[in-house]
Design a protein around this ligand. Structure first.
Ligand code: DX5
Ligand code: ZN
Length: 216
């Protein structure tokens, strides 16, 4: 089955965002990945809701919103207002993860849990039946253009086993350092969704790069 490809607009040209959104619209991309950072959970700040309100209007593709913030449950209504398809919250940012997942579902979005590189897959055992997707970070979150952490492949394999063993239908998404080479390995390991920023936006022909990633 073809992977779901979710270009991360963190690597887009912020001075000409509408141009890059237009490119995504014309491409085979399935979703649009949106990274929200708060300078607290991660050592960087990206963009907030006043900007995203306009970005969201530039596409009909489903929005895959990745919150790298503390207390993400405070912003469920704002993410919903963007018309998001998926709301990803970090395991490490949610002491009451089960409640947050329920609240996201009640708000009419698909809940996803994200794990940092040092967070073991085994910690997801008691939430795997409740989530639409698990996002495995294959770099430390906060910046685009970092190098893929090879150990992420073993985590994806372990997660695939956990999902198959428990009868969960959760999708496996991977984010960070994903390119054609690491993307192919990830699909072999069992990933369903590839997030990519620099590999797509910095490509000579982003539309072609997205097409290539779709056919990995
Ligand atoms: C990093 C973000 C990613 C980022 C990926 O914290 O979550 O979505 O845009 O960028 P690349 O694909 O360049 O590693
Ligand atoms: Zn992301």
């Amino acid at each position: 089955m073809k992977p779901i490809v979710s270009p991360s607009i963190l690597s887009a040209d912020f001075a000409h965002l509408s141009k890059d959104m237009e490119m995504i619209n014309r491409s085979e991309a399935d979703w649009v990945h949106i990274d929200i950072m708060d300078g607290v959970f991660v050592p960087n700040i990206s963009f907030g809701f006043p900007v995203l309100k306009y970005v969201a209007q530039l596409t009909d593709k489903p929005l895959d919103v990745h919150l790298m913030i503390v207390q993400p449950e405070k912003f469920i209504n704002e993410v919903k207002a963007l018309g998001a398809h998926v709301m990803n919250v970090h395991y490490e940012a949610c002491p009451h993860l089960h409640r947050v997942i329920q609240q996201i579902r009640e708000a009419g979005m698909q809940p996803a849990v994200t794990i940092n590189p040092a967070t073991p897959v085994a910690l997801l055992q008691d939430i795997i039946q409740d989530v639409y997707m698990v996002l495995v970070m294959s770099v430390n979150p906060g910046f685009g253009g970092q190098t893929f952490i090879e150990h992420s492949l073993a985590k994806v394999r372990e997660l695939r086993e956990l999902i198959d063993r428990t009868g969960s239908e959760a999708l496996i998404e991977v984010d960070g350092g994903v390119n054609m080479e690491t993307g192919a390995k990830l699909i072999e390991a069992g990933a369903d969704v590839l997030v990519a920023g620099s590999a797509l936006f910095k490509a000579e022909n982003p539309i072609e790069a997205i097409k290539q990633m779709k056919s990995l």
